[in-house]
Design a protein around this ligand. Structure first.
Ligand SMILES: [Zn+2]
Length: 437
């Protein structure tokens, strides 16, 4: 059974900058079977079910490369603080009280509802109780990469270093055959994970052929404290520990210098840029334009909703382009089409999934988002990609497919119950307020 999506425009992302008008994207068994002029559809796929998407642009589903989904329930709990005070005085104490499967399940469902309504089809998650996050993602039909957490202190997920590994590897085994879930390692950060754990992660990541998703050089002070604790710059330390390579997804990277860029490019490290979170916590600015020009693969994440405070990759793309321009003093830095690549195909590359997702190409998974451009906020249309990056509000994302399954249908979630998600938010707001009182 084939379905033909018939939008006004298709932005395939590969090749970068291309816009196709009046084309059909044919989907068969969850994959893209053809991208052809709409006029050729009847001849090539005479039986295809036609799904008309007038005045919409079809793009590859956005890939959120760094988030802590369940923290959506902590949105707005603590704002306007520096990173360490925010973590130590607000977020970690709150998490200590509420952390558990129920909180993670409810928070992940809220996060997925929000992400799907903003065109995101895949998220790369870093949080405790990853088995619960993975279950929630599978049941919602959303694609995910879920991390096995490792952090140097006890949490409700695990008490000891050994227990972090044991429980993480159980999750890896459990979801090994689940096509919609990938598994990664998520050591929290160089300042909260020891050498022995990092060595073990490097060895296991190689053995299991998985990526390592790490907060790195997020805020000022990390270089100095690493020199004090380990006698090494964090990048030197990670190199010594066998982690500075193409499996590493380095999140934030606001504290890098020009001299670090060729080294990151040579090592094949991927950088995950989270501009809203970096700006909100005043962590610093990742030199995205220089990294991109230097040959480093840069992709984009929202971070958790507690430090953003939304999970909109459309917004994050816009911030990426704008922040790159103002910080480099160059309005030509990170043009719209490059920002869109960072939110799609570059994320797929970082995950090692560039043959499966990240662009609208024949043979790939039909992970797609349709966006209306016929609203006040996006008229008139001279340049479709410019509208997507600089003007579209999340509310104009009309439909989302993951592996060919329509899980947002004219803004209605088809696998998540919106009323139930909202009710659960209200209940968790009460529980969390009482817990931290
Ligand atoms: Zn984070």
């Amino acid at each position: 059974m084939s379905q033909a999506l018939l939008p006004r425009w298709v932005v395939p992302v590969v090749p970068e900058g291309r816009v196709l008008e009046d084309h059909a994207v044919v989907v068969e068994s969850g994959r893209i079977a053809a991208v052809i002029p709409a006029d050729d559809l009847d001849a090539g796929f005479p039986g295809a079910e036609r799904i008309e998407l007038p005045e919409r642009v079809l793009i590859p589903g956005l890939i959120n490369m760094h988030t802590h989904s369940a923290m959506a329930l902590l949105r707005g709990l603590a704002d306007d603080l520096p990173l360490m005070r925010w973590l130590h005085e607000n977020i970690w104490p709150a998490e200590k009280i509420i952390m558990g499967p129920d909180y993670v399940r409810a928070g992940t469902r809220l996060a997925m509802a929000e992400m799907l309504r903003a065109g995101t089809t895949c998220f790369n998650d870093n949080y405790f109780f990853p088995d619960i996050t993975a279950e929630a993602a599978v049941s919602a039909g959303m694609r995910s990469v879920i991390g096995m957490p490792v952090i140097g202190f006890p949490t409700p997920w695990a008490e000891t270093e050994d227990e972090y590994f044991r429980r993480g590897l159980e999750v890896h085994r459990r979801f090994a055959d689940e096509p919609m879930v990938g598994i990664s390692f998520v050591p929290h950060a160089p300042y909260s994970v020891g050498d022995q754990a990092f060595r073990r992660i490097a060895r296991l990541a190689e053995e299991l052929d998985i990526v390592v998703h790490l907060h790195l050089l997020e805020a000022p002070g990390e270089i100095e404290s690493s020199r004090e604790a380990h006698g090494l710059h964090p990048l030197d330390r990670l190199e010594t520990l066998g982690l500075l390579g193409p499996r590493l997804l380095a999140v934030h990277m606001t504290q890098i210098g020009q001299a670090d860029i060729p080294r990151l490019a040579r090592a094949g490290v991927h950088v995950v840029h989270c501009p809203d979170s970096n700006m909100k916590l005043a962590s610093g600015i990742c030199p995205v334009a220089d990294l991109d020009a230097g040959g480093v693969n840069v992709c984009i994440g929202t971070d958790g909703a507690a430090s953003n405070n939304d999970l909109s990759l459309l917004a994050e793309m816009r911030q990426t382009a704008l922040l790159a321009k103002v910080s480099s003093g160059n309005p030509e830095a990170i043009p719209a089409a490059r920002a869109l690549s960072m939110a799609t195909i570059n994320g797929a590359r970082a995950l090692g999934m560039e043959d499966e997702i990240g662009s609208i190409e024949v043979g790939k998974q039909a992970d797609l988002a349709a966006i209306r451009l016929d609203r006040i906020e996006t008229q008139p249309v001279y340049d479709v990609i410019s509208q997507i990056v600089y003007a579209v509000p999340d509310s104009q994302v009309s439909d989302v497919w993951v592996a060919g399954r329509r899980i947002l249908d004219d803004r209605e979630l088809t696998t998540l119950d919106e009323a139930e998600v909202l009710q659960s938010c209200r209940e968790w707001r009460e529980r969390i307020s009482l817990a931290i009182d």
